[in-house]
Design a protein around this ligand. Sequence first.
Ligand code: VGL
Ligand code: ZN
Length: 210
Amino acid sequence: MIKEKKNALLIVDVQNDFCPGGKLAVKDGHKVIPIIESISHKFFKRIATQDWHPRDHISFAVNHRDKKEYDLIEAPYGKQVLWPVHCVAGTKGADFHPDLDRKNIDLIIRKGTDRMIDSYSTFMENDKHTPTGLEGYLKTLGISRVFLTGLATDYCVLFSSLDAKAKGFEAFVIIDACRGVNVPEKNIEKALDLMKKNGIHIIESSGLKP
Ligand code: VGL
Ligand code: ZN
């Protein structure tokens, strides 16, 4: 029933650097993988995203003098958190986690590839102006409902869900298939509030139709 042509699964940034042992590890990040694998077959299209930065990327603290990790800077497009070096294009840290089954992925979208712009959302870069192309892919295929999973709940999943909704899709966050950074404190809680306020559905994988 759920494998209707209007439903797509978005697998956000399930990459080595966001999993335990990685450069920007999300607690229990790898635990989303068996859940994603268990529901993947229910979807018409499965899109995976990769955070994919050049080494001199604006979001890396080491690229700013007198700044440290998790400081905020004023970028040309607004506030930007400074991160440890992570997901450098072409490195092992940027690869999908080895347990994620690539054969079930229909499309890969890479984001954060411009040195001067970070990209949390898989639809639009942080300048809120530069598209990734995902909207066109989904709309061309007649997809109207986006189900989100992956890392991190309070960054890329949050901003992707908000943009999905803003672009006219119905958005569902499969919460047991997501894990968050939770920096600053209570950030995951705030993210969930913001999702709900914006009409994004928060569901459990067990609630999906067989
Ligand atoms: C992400 C921080 C920096 C994410 C990406 O995938 O949520 N978070 N880059
Ligand atoms: Zn990043």
